[in-house]
Design a protein around this ligand. Structure first.
Ligand code: SF4
Length: 644
């Protein structure tokens, strides 16, 4: 194994041959460099995309701080090298290394991947390979690090089961410590790797796929998942932190231009709105908020320690933060004298959102973003994001009136039961909004329509439905391209192949792992990058393994089907999701569950955490006594039909 100084020497010879060498040298402000020799456990945290994207990832930053808070452990970072650098590294025999100390990743005890989205999977395989660590978990031995992964995509970990030793399901702030403690204990007592993995599998929220066997039926759907070791959880229930710990404030200041050079402070976690297409909204429940004082203090500390000129107040739905007006007032007053741009993304479509943005007015960009997601009231009922048309028009009029010239409207096509009339309505709504703008500010008014395509994600009420085919997506996109012909309306859309790949990877089962391996071997990496997408490589990989992509993407699921992700629980009951799905087909909406709890399953699952945190900090009702977790059988409803 190369030493850090050998790696550094070899890097000196290649760095001037690659674009943006600053991506690969570390040494940024606010990094933590500990003494390798006197620190017991070494953790490498990897965001498997390029530095420019990964360095601002908040999830990884949280874990970086959590590990580095310990005296007995250190965390260092690595990202995927871009093609030119990978080529040079392989030619010079340089393994993937950490940016803090230049140690090769193979020298670490634990490798932790952040996998927020599925199109990072092949990059994760490539990172392991470049690090000289066997890509397959089954080929690792005592000399290799434990490879763990977390992030939203691991809500369905099965497509990556062959490559990851331990999945950390849910929130990482506490489980990362349990994992480090368990590895340390195992090493102190001389346990073999397999025995340590068994111990890791007993940590609540940890899923070690090798200790679970999947039984399939003749039609290739799942029959059941069987734990192979007595006492292992089934399902594995996600971890949450009962109270959000203080947010990170020492953000790493890159030496090069990156995508988001800003401070991000998470103001709340979870969402109670219940949009049926939104996986994040379902899997991050319950809602927990930070106080205004804590957010302002954290923002102040972070701005001071970085010198950044942009602050993002993050959440899934900012308008739903209980004291959003107080927060915006406090933040804008606090930074009144500073040249700081403050972003408050994910606002609801209502006039109060315009008031909020107005308070941040001289610090914002030129566009105002709204996400109706669908253009007819019928569709907005189906997806449970109900906003009357009039409210959309009134809000957009108010936005133009207050001086914004561009409104960005985000939509999705491909929702269940969508017709071409619903797609046409997207164009009509954009034109109506532009017409309102013209009434107010004349020909300066602009609309930007961003149209993505819906993917029915695991652990959501829409997990039973099929994804649109490429032909359906193209027909809908072509309709929009044809009718949205005003030069002041800009249309952008997601390539159908990007959507289908996301659907294949997010809805896959264990057999998909071999497809991922083959696609990577055949050159598929950086799948999230349009110019690098190799869709044909993926389709060939499915064929090579005798699998039909349509089985995963274009098949409506039976009501009694066992999903590949069913042994992983976000705390939200399948029964709840199904009832919500049926209500959607009937056009029924569910109100914000802060107003009326729909018993989604979160409270019985996390009743202790709720009881220990009484009051308004959690947005679920208080509980007095522990309630046993019960999974009621799904009602026998026969086949359902999604009209298309
Ligand atoms: S337990 Fe009730 S209030 Fe809490 S997230 Fe679920 S439905 Fe909403």
């Amino acid at each position: 194994m190369l030493t850090p100084s050998e790696i550094e020497r070899r890097l000196d010879r290649i760095l001037l041959r690659v674009a943006k060498p600053g991506r690969y040298v570390g040494g940024e402000k606010n990094i933590t460099v500990k003494d390798w020799a006197t620190t017991e456990t070494h953790v490498a945290l990897i965001f498997p995309d390029i530095y420019d994207i990964g360095v601002s990832n908040v999830g990884l930053k949280i874990l970086y701080d959590q590990v580095n808070m310990r005296n007995d452990a250190l965390a260092e970072r690595a990202y995927s090298p871009w093609h030119d650098m990978e080529e040079q590294m392989r030619a010079a025999g340089i393994p993937l290394y950490s940016l803090e100390s230049y140690h090769p990743l193979a020298a670490f005890d634990i490798i932790g991947f952040s996998l927020p989205y599925e199109t990072l999977y092949t990059n994760a395989l490539n990172a392991l390979d470049l690090a000289g660590i066997p890509v397959r978990a089954s080929e690792r031995d005592e000399s290799h690090p434990f490879v763990i992964a977390g992030g939203h995509s691991t809500t369905n970990p099965e497509p990556m089961h062959a490559f990851i030793d331990v999945f950390a399901i849910g929130e990482g702030e506490e489980i990362i410590h349990d994992i480090i403690d368990t590895v340390q204990r195992g090493k102190h007592t001389g346990l073999a790797r397999e025995a340590i993995l068994r111990e890791l599998a007993r940590i609540p929220g940890a899923y070690v796929p090798r200790f679970y066997h999947v039984h399939y039926q003749e039609d290739h759907t799942l029959e059941r998942v069987e734990p192979l070791v007595e006492g292992l959880a089934n399902p594995v229930i996600k971890r949450i932190v009962a109270k959000l710990p203080p947010p990170p404030t020492k953000f790493i200041v890159p030496n090069i231009e990156i995508v988001h050079n800003r401070v991000s402070v998470e103001i709340m976690r979870g969402c109670t709105r219940g949009c049926r297409f939104c996986q994040a909204g379902m899997i991050t429940r319950p809602v927990r908020e930070r106080s205004v004082d804590e957010v302002v203090q954290a923002a102040d500390d972070a701005i001071r320690s970085t010198g950044f000129e942009e602050l993002a107040l993050l959440s899934l739905s900012s308008s739903d933060y209980t004291q959003v007006l107080d927060l915006v007032t406090a933040v804008s007053e606090h930074f009144d004298k500073q040249h700081l741009s403050i972003a408050l993304p994910s606002l609801r479509i209502e006039s109060v959102s315009v008031d909020l943005m107005d308070k941040l007015r001289d610090r914002r960009g030129t566009g105002f973003t709204l996400a109706p997601e669908a253009a007819t009231e019928r569709m907005r009922r189906i997806i449970n994001k109900f906003i009357p048309d009039d409210e959309i028009i009134n809000t957009t009029r108010e936005i133009y009136r207050r001086g914004w010239t561009t409104i960005k409207l985000y939509f999705m096509i491909g929702h269940p039961a969508e017709t071409l009339e619903d797609v046409q309505a997207i164009a009509d709504l954009c034109k109506r909004v532009l017409a309102e703008g013209r009434k107010v500010i004349g020909y300066k008014a602009r609309v930007h329509a961003g149209v993505s395509t819906f993917v029915p994600k695991p652990q959501t009420p829409f997990q039973w439905v099929s994804c649109d085919t490429a032909e359906q997506i193209k027909a809908k996109q072509n309709l929009l391209k044809r009718v949205l012909n005003d030069k002041n309306i800009k249309l952008s859309w997601t390539h159908p192949e990007d959507t289908l790949l996301e659907a294949l990877l997010s809805r896959g089962d264990r057999r998909t792992a071999e497809v991922i391996y083959t696609a990577w071997k055949n050159g598929a990496i950086f799948d999230a990058w349009q110019e690098d997408r190799k869709y044909e490589t993926w389709i060939s990989a499915f064929a090579e393994h005798g699998l039909d992509p349509a089985f995963y993407t274009h098949r409506q699921r039976r009501t009694d089907e066992i999903f590949p992700w069913e042994h992983i629980s976000s705390g939200v009951r399948k029964n709840f999701l199904f009832q919500d799905f049926r209500q959607s087909l009937e056009g029924q909406i569910r109100v914000d569950c802060r107003l009326q709890c729909f018993a989604c399953g979160i409270l019985p699952t996390f009743s202790n955490a709720r009881r220990e945190n009484p009051g308004e900090y959690w947005k679920c009702p208080e509980v007095k006594s522990p309630a046993p977790r019960r999974e009621l059988p799904l009602p026998v409803v026969g086949d359902y039909r999604v009209p298309h």
